[in-house]
Ligand binder design. Sequence first.
Ligand SMILES: [Fe+2]
Ligand SMILES: [Fe+2]
Length: 331
Amino acid sequence: MTEALLRGQLRLESARHALKNFLWSAASRFALHGLCPWEPEDRWVMLRHHEIFLPGLGKGLDGAKIAHISDLHCCPFMRELHLLRYFEMVNQLEADFIVLTGDFISASSRHYVRRIGKLLSNLSAHVEVMAVLGNHDHGLFHPQQEVVRGLGDYVAGELNSAGIRVLINKSRSFTKDGSTVCFVGLGELWTEDYLPAVAFEGVPPDRPTIALCHNPDDAPHLANLGATYVLSGHTHGQITRGSRIHNLLFPKKNRQFIAGQYNLGHDRFVYVNRGIGPSRRARPDTRPEIALFTLRDLAQSAYRPRPWAGTVTNVEIPGHWQETELGSMVY
Ligand SMILES: [Fe+2]
Ligand SMILES: [Fe+2]
């Protein structure tokens, strides 16, 4: 009798969970894609180039390059051919490091996790490709939603198999000719994995440190812990201020971090990448983005630009959209 009751309860729980998941993924799809998933700006990519002036970098890493992409959102609306073209463009930048700041998938589908893993294996950097996970990689569209158990680990596993080092509350240091730069990867802010104190453990306070964190909301805290520069994504370049519905759907503490670079004070900055995946790209300032950062040693620089200085190039993605040759190579 007790067993039958338990079984009934379990069935009810799993039905509730399935319904909740369905509602969240429907809301997510609507919010991310609106009524027109194939929008004109998907044909374009915005290449943003910034110089990062780091105190204490030293000569050895002066000129090192970091390519940054985010929010790929592999899903039925994201064409593989587009992704491959983006990755080709990233590879052509010949960066020393490539960093990816989360949201590799949209819905909690392991099929798309495997797909994006396979596509990402095309990325190549001179030194290393690193990544952190985003809310969607845990099946979360909202902080009050339940995590899909095991999904984050599955995404991390597929990324590892693609040759990408996933940093969850971990750091990595790279030294060249006496210069050192540290990368600190944070767990997703909306999960229990978000442990900044653990992530920064052992990171020397006098070294230039770049934190990778999907959600830019906590950037001021990360700067206080020692991050010189925080690289984020998550917002898709959308301005959410003033809209109650958006504020409900995209809860944020620091609504001023929407897109581009922000000064956090004391020579520390956060950069919010607009992402690549399909998400209401109809406005030119929300075109898919590839960011390229050139590291500069502050002591070597005679002139230092204003914090928001940088160049923007809009590039139409080359190729014939009807041809399938590249796509069929992968699937
Ligand atoms: Fe996203
Ligand atoms: Fe996100």
